[in-house]
Design a protein. Structure first.
Length: 1009
């Protein structure tokens, strides 16, 4: 929970700091501005006045964030920045989220005011975020840092280049005119405020006290003039941070109203009232205020009050609420800061013990000492603490696979009063029981428990822990399709990067590998690297999963990278004996309870080791690996059977016991599809492959079910058996994996007849690459050489197929020959198809009695279809919170635009205009990103392209104006200003507010030059 957002409102008698406001306008001329002064120097007031002045005649979009306790967590601070700019926080790193917010108005300039920066502790992730913002500030973005001290940020380069403006105490002090004005408002002589150094807070206090009061007694005099009720209300206001206390606003100095109407007292009041009021009253108010804060879930502010007051009891209470309200999303930076604020001897208090356990678990999931710390906290704590302690202990025990510990915790949860009535306790009991069932291999029972929970309980649970557990159980049950939907809905926008990966894994297991294919990742963001923001349990699971995925993709470097971290024990835990031997598996037990030491983890490691062996050409080693696992963990144990089937294809092919188990066991839909693929491979090896089921067996399913050497082997056997599926599968693998598919198939050429046939028929690069381009004048290129299409009907037919992909023959004849009878139209269509087939090649056109199809592949591309793919990729990147991926997708889309699209299209009214609008939108969106990245040349060119298509689009005008303003060519800028003015006059309507802002910026820049 944050305090009221936005700057403080103006109050009665406030002095308008005109001189200072004029100087602060320079924040729009430089990247960074700093305002540093002690308490009471009117930093917030002056900045609020400057912001209000700017709003009356804006140069850009300005946002205000007041830093506060808890903003040491970079995720929390970045979310506040996004909220201040009115944009949703994307599911990316805190830095990328904040940068996207600053770019959100591009090409309009933005300014972020970070007030009270001193609230962010040194060395915290929040401070690092501010430093990174300074380093990576987008073009057209401005940052103002205000506080009693500045965060550590790289400002030296800006000073050297004169790209920073700095304001200090002397700049904020009242000048003589302002002092006289303040005294006049209070009907006092200017002499009464002389000699105060222009300190605004001291001036206001002096004017609030009777004349002649000595400076040292000003606080006492102001406080003594308040009624006991007002004193207590003011103390509550200082403690709470904000409240509805409007009646104090006119009677008490240094009290301000903020954006949502709530009132805040200046920080100086906290020190003054704590010093002046009776200690018992202060302690009573502090305890009551803290209780109110904790009741509304604001543990961060309650904890900060406790630290400021040295109140260990209060910090102990706040620690319980913090852990209970965060659990798996616990802010580790805050835990470290709170524990460092009190003597280590105090860490034995129940709440601080719980805080210690949560802080340790956040980095080391397998830390067995967490159990002892939690148990000690549980013994000494109240009901709320016990619930939080049991929740944390459950998460830790499940991470280790400690079934005995979970049984103990379940019994303890039964003893908690009101366990059936309170939502948190209901979730806790269901979570503990579900975890026990999962560790017993009773996945259906665990799912029944989770799916019976009230949706409202689940929606309000911290960190979506139950949702994550639900997704995990669905994957184990072979219901990956359902898991993918739930994960995308609830986890794709998590502030934690490792949680945001869960939808990708779920989609892979559901048979949709797009997120993890090579084309989906840039070299600097490889898919096989685990996220840094998670504990070692996540890293273990991720690395094992990544090893198996890399085997499916034939990506040997990625596989070895993931495997080496497991084999070397880089994660600091004891699973390395499982993977360190030459065979890749050792039955030697690990330390009880350690990560990698239970049946679940051994199954993951067995599959990962087998995947590595198969990719390296040693299937016998993989077979021995599975035999060793089954010998150590018989499949009569449901835990072994359940977890070995996570990647069912391996066990089904390599292990007869596993095959018998899964042939006699009901499986979920995703597991059934994988089993069907594995059965096809075994049938092919036995020479019994006579057909391939059309339903369920797709190239995508084969990819996720089998390592690449097995996938190409299946394709070769199918091709040798004369089944079209063989070539289709291998073509798909080549299209998506390139030379890796050929490298995997080549060793089979001597023993499988279909292998050589596929190698000859499906080159890595198609022998003749055909490109159909309709985003401009129709053009067909074969290996880069143009093919002439002289016949108008051939051009029209090809354009229609480029738009539709496939079309009914009768509909096609009606479009091309509306005046002919069906027989004549059919003859004409046959002739036209013959000409088109000659131009494109027979493989690219498919016809039957009802339909005509254009077949896209690596050998034939259609720019309109590519445009749709690129735009869909950009949309998907935005929806999954990956703004960095939108740029390349948009650039690829705009790069296809050669001129007016679909000039030969007939019968599809509005389609060409719609495509042109899509291209224009893509060009402008890309141009705005290029502008924010500082590439004004590209931004201007994209704006001109968009304006050529839509001359009166104000968005294009704004982009061109902004780009030319930044390029600093007065002649070019003048021409653009005239062009925009003429276009606006032609429209005869007032410009949009955003256009007025950018036009004013351009005219100001032109005047300065």
């Amino acid at each position: 929970m944050r305090l009221p957002g936005g700057p403080p409102r103006a109050i009665s008698g406030e002095i308008l700091r005109t001189r200072l406001i004029d100087r602060l306008a320079a924040r729009w001329d430089v990247p960074v501005t700093t305002v540093v002064a002690g308490p009471g120097f009117g930093k917030s007031t002056a900045l609020a006045q400057a912001m209000r002045r700017h709003a009356a005649d804006p140069r850009g979009v300005e946002a205000w964030v007041t830093c506060e306790p808890g903003d040491e967590d970079a995720r929390r601070l970045a979310t506040a920045v996004c909220r201040a700019f009115g944009v949703p926080a994307p599911a990316v790193t805190p830095l990328d989220a904040a940068l996207e917010a600053l770019r959100s108005a591009s090409p309009i300039e933005t300014c972020l005011i970070l007030d009270d920066c001193h609230e962010i502790p040194a060395g915290s992730s929040g401070e690092r975020l501010i430093a990174d913002l300074v380093r990576h500030l987008p073009a057209g973005a401005h940052l103002l840092l205000s506080g009693r001290r500045l965060p550590a940020a790289p400002l030296a380069r800006l000073h050297a280049a004169e790209l920073i403006r700095c304001f200090h105490q002397a700049d904020l002090a009242f000048d003589e005119g302002e002092l006289a004005q303040a005294a006049g408002h209070a009907d006092r002589a200017a002499a009464d405020v002389a000699g105060l150094g222009g300190w605004p807070a001291l001036v206001r206090l002096t004017l609030a006290a009777p004349p002649g009061v000595a400076r040292d007694y000003l606080w006492e005099e102001v406080v003594s003039g308040l009624s006991p009720a007002d004193r207590e209300a003011l103390l509550y206001l200082a403690m709470l941070g904000s409240a509805d206390a409007s009646d104090l606003l006119d009677r008490v100095p240094l009290v301000a109203r903020f954006g949502d109407g709530r009132i805040r007292a200046h920080h100086l009041w906290t020190d003054a009232l704590t010093r002046l009021l009776p200690a018992a009253q202060v302690a009573s108010v502090r305890a009551h205020a803290a209780g109110l804060l904790l009741d509304r879930g604001d543990a961060l502010r309650a904890g900060s009050i406790a630290i400021e007051a040295g109140d260990v009891d209060l910090l102990d209470r706040a620690a319980t609420v913090l852990v209970a309200s965060t659990l798996a999303t616990f802010p580790q930076d805050t835990g470290v800061r709170w524990l460092a604020a009190v003597a280590e001897t105090e860490h034995g208090r129940p709440g601080l013990r719980l805080l210690t356990a949560a802080t340790r678990y956040a980095s080391r999931a397998g830390d067995r000492e967490v159990d002892g710390i939690v148990d000690a906290a549980f013994r000494d704590g109240d009901a709320r603490l016990r619930t939080a302690a049991l929740s944390l202990a459950t998460i830790a025990a499940h991470a280790r696979g400690d079934e005995n510990r979970l049984a103990e915790l379940f019994q303890e949860s039964l003893d908690l009063p009101g366990a059936d009535a309170e939502p948190t306790l209901r979730l806790l009991m269901a979570g503990v029981r579900g975890a026990i069932f999962e560790l017993m291999g009773s996945i259906d029972d665990a799912l029944a428990l989770v799916e019976a929970l009230p949706p409202d309980d689940v929606d309000h649970q911290p960190g979506k822990i139950i949702v994550r557990f639900h997704v995990y159980l669905l994957l184990l049950a072979g219901r990956a399709d359902e898991a993918a939907v739930i994960a995308q809905k609830h986890l794709s926008t998590s502030p934690y990067a490792h949680v945001r990966r869960m939808p990708q894994f779920a989609r892979w297991l559901a048979g949709d590998p797009r997120d993890l294919l090579p084309a989906a990742h840039s070299p600097d963001r490889p898919a096989h690297l685990p996220e840094p923001d998670a504990n070692d349990r996540y890293r273990f699971n991720f690395l094992a999963f990544a090893t198996v995925v890399a085997a499916s993709l034939g990506d040997r470097p990625a596989l070895e990278h993931s495997w080496s971290q497991l084999a070397a024990g880089d994660l600091g835990h004891s699973w390395s004996p499982l993977v360190g031997g030459g065979l890749g598996y050792s039955g030697s037990p690990l330390a009880p309870g350690g990560l990698g030491g239970d049946t679940r983890d051994a199954a993951m490691l067995a599959t990962a080791a087998a995947a590595r062996a198969i990719l390296n050409g040693d299937e016998e080693q993989a077979r021995a690996m599975f035999a060793a696992f089954v010998g150590e963990h018989p499949l009569s144990d449901p835990v072994a059977a359940v977890h070995l089937r996570r990647f069912l294809g391996y066990g089904y092919v390599l292990s007869p016991p596993a095959r018998r188990t899964w042939d006699s066991t009901p499986l979920g839909p995703a597991h059934q599809r994988v089993r069907e693929v594995a059965r096809l491979l075994l049938a092919a090896r036995a020479g019994r492959l006579t057909s391939v089921p059309m339903a369920g067996v797709t190239p995508e399913t084969v990819l996720i079910a089998l390592p690449l050497p097995w996938a190409v082997e299946l394709a070769a056997h199918a091709a040798g058996a004369g089944l079209p599926f063989g070539r289709r599968l291998f073509q798909w693998l080549v299209d998506h994996l390139g030379s890796r598919a050929h490298d995997a198939l080549r060793p089979l050429a001597g023993r499988i007849s279909g292998a050589r046939r596929l190698l000859d028929a499906v080159p890595i690069t198609p022998s003749a690459a055909t490109v159909v381009s309709v985003l401009g004048p129709l053009r067909v290129l074969v290996d880069g050489r143009p093919v002439e299409l002289r016949r108008r009907r051939v051009r029209q037919l090809l354009t229609i197929l480029a738009v539709t992909g496939e079309i009914d023959r009768d509909r096609l004849m009606d479009l091309l020959w509306p005046d002919l009878d069906p027989a004549a139209a059919a003859r004409n269509l046959r002739v036209t198809l013959t000409y088109l087939r000659q131009a494109l090649g027979a493989d690219h056109l498919r016809c039957d009695r009802s339909w005509v199809r254009l077949v896209r592949s690596k050998a034939l591309t259609v720019d309109l279809a590519d445009l749709r793919d690129h735009l869909a990729e950009a949309d998907a990147a935005r929806s999954r919170g990956d703004p960095a991926a939108t740029g390349p997708a948009l650039a690829a889309a705009v790069g296809l635009w050669r001129g007016d699209p679909l000039t030969d299209l007939v019968g599809f009214d509005g389609v060409a205009a719609g495509v042109l609008a899509e291209l224009t939108e893509a060009a402008l969106t890309l141009g705005e990103r290029r502008f924010a990245e500082g590439d004004t040349t590209a931004a201007a060119e994209l704006a001109r392209r968009a304006l050529a298509a839509e001359p009166y689009a104000e968005r294009g005008m704004r982009l061109l104006l902004a780009a030319e303003t930044q390029r600093r060519d007065p002649v070019a800028l003048g021409r653009v200003v005239c062009r925009v003015r003429e276009a606006l006059n032609t429209l005869g309507a007032p410009p949009e507010p955003a256009t007025r802002i950018v036009l004013r910026q351009a005219e100001l820049a032109g005047a300065r030059r």
